[in-house]
Design a protein around this ligand. Structure first.
Ligand code: ZN
Length: 457
């Protein structure tokens, strides 16, 4: 008979290749045994009978805005929201804080705030912007998980989009540093040109906004970036890909041996342009929610396992910025506030389209861990990995309300949505962070500096 720090008993455990009803023992924050633990005891025990035990989500794409814009979203409420959604590790993007994370000092300043406030583990992206090529090495050496650049306008003049020269130069440097460049891929020329046409005509409805960011704008930017990757040898990760055409180009490049990965986000799979028309600015994001036919293409690609991973692209703001005069969609801040709902969304899709749960676990945890060098520690329910888990029930539904949404601002396209499942608890390194609607742990998470994690494969 052994005693462990925590035993999770009788759950349907979502292992890398199958779901198995069994027990999980965690000791010193690490999964030490998976199997029948009858006769063993835990200092803490969680009865997971009839519940699913998923690996904690690793969400590589969230936008918290601290330091500088904590009134948009900060590490404290932001990380609590992620924990309530079954996420135990997130990577924060470099765009929204003041200062933007475009040099070492800004990275270290942000890390300090995160270490003081985040309730789960986190990594930090560095930015690639015009004029900061000299800073990339310092960012890499001080712990950035990778770099992020925008090919279209960012809405933040302190974090400008990368023009083609910056992109080429940056990719050359990032290849040398053996890092990954994450790209927001939409053509600036196409989107600006179409926007100008709409503005000249005084058109600013949801359909007008969507029409200025067509699938072709995404596909063109993807193709250009892939060409540059071939030239420079830079590894790429495409964020929030939203079209079948862009996926065709990425898959062709993969077949040619380019080192490239791709994510999509739950909102492109659950919602479509009709949602943008109906709900307005809370459903505004870039690229925009696509029409129903494109949404169906994306779901088919998901079912076929073509996306490497799923991220939330959680991008919140104060309500005033979502409430422009005359409902002008172009003026509203673009971004969907949904970090709490990624795992729930993916389980909803899995139930609807009969996708095996172990595949969901790979997209939300296994694959991001492997791509970004966390796989020796995180990403799977496996002996030797950290005890980061989300306990999910399919016997209860979860309707999103202001009361159970942990984000600082409660406006979200998910408000009122009912998921056919709920997250009962989230454990970080074997300790409960979230249980039954409450944040239960105030221990801080760890800043995962890239040099402390294994090189990615
Ligand atoms: Zn984003």
């Amino acid at each position: 008979m052994s005693t462990y720090d925590l035993i999770i008993r009788n759950g349907y455990v979502v292992l890398p290749d199958e779901v198995k009803k069994t027990d999980v023992a965690i000791q010193n924050g690490v999964i030490i045994k998976i199997g029948n633990l009858l006769g063993d005891t835990g200092l803490e025990e969680y009865e997971a009978c009839d519940q699913y035990v998923f690996p904690g989500m690793i969400d590589v794409h969230v936008h918290f805005s601290e330091p500088g814009r904590a009134h948009w979203e900060g590490f404290e409420t932001g990380s609590q929201m992620m924990a309530a959604g079954g996420c135990t590790t997130y990577f924060d993007m470099p765009l929204n804080g003041i200062p933007s994370t475009i040099d070492e000092a800004a990275l270290l300043e942000k890390a300090k705030v995160g270490e003081a406030k985040s309730v789960v583990d986190f990594g930090l992206w560095g930015g690639l912007v015009p004029g900061n090529i000299e800073e990339l090495e310092g960012l890499a050496k001080s712990g950035a998980v990778g770099f992020k650049a925008f090919l279209s306008a960012t809405g933040n003049d302190k974090f400008e989009r990368a023009d083609d020269f910056t992109l080429l130069h940056g990719m050359r440097e990032i290849a040398k540093l053996d890092k990954i460049l994450a790209l927001h891929a939409e053509s600036d020329s196409i989107t600006q040109f179409l926007k100008q046409e709409k503005e000249d005509q005084g058109l600013f409805s949801a359909e007008d906004y969507a029409a200025t960011r067509p699938v072709l704008a995404e596909a063109e930017a993807v193709e250009r970036a892939l060409t540059y990757a071939e030239m420079t040898g830079c590894r790429l990760h495409f964020v929030h890909i939203s079209s079948g055409l862009a996926m065709e180009k990425i898959e062709a490049a993969k077949r040619c041996g380019l080192d490239v990965t791709v994510e999509t986000c739950p909102h492109y799979l659950l919602f479509n342009q009709d949602t943008l028309v109906e709900k307005g600015t809370v459903a505004k994001c870039a690229p925009p929610l696509r029409d129903k036919a494109e949404q169906e293409k994306l779901i088919a690609l998901l079912i076929e396992g073509r996306f490497d991973m799923i991220s939330s692209d959680h991008s919140p703001c104060p309500y005033e910025l979502k409430d422009p005069a005359e409902h002008n969609l172009f003026e509203a801040w673009g971004g969907i506030s949904g970090g709490q709902f990624s795992l729930l969304s993916m389980i909803e899709l899995a139930i609807t389209y009969e996708i095996p749960f172990h595949k969901i676990a790979d997209w939300i945890a296994g694959a991001p861990a492997e791509r970004f060098g966390l796989s020796s520690r995180k990403g799977q329910i496996k002996v030797g990995k950290e005890g980061d888990v989300a306990i999910v029930s399919l016997n209860d539904t979860h309707t999103v309300t202001e009361d159970n949404f942990f984000a600082k601002h409660k406006q979200s396209v998910y408000m009122g949505h009912t998921f056919p499942c709920t997250i009962n608890a989230t454990f970080k390194k074997g300790k409960p962070v979230y249980e039954k609607g409450e944040i239960t742990q105030q221990d801080r998470g760890t800043w995962l500096k890239s040099m402390e994690i294994e090189p990615s494969i």
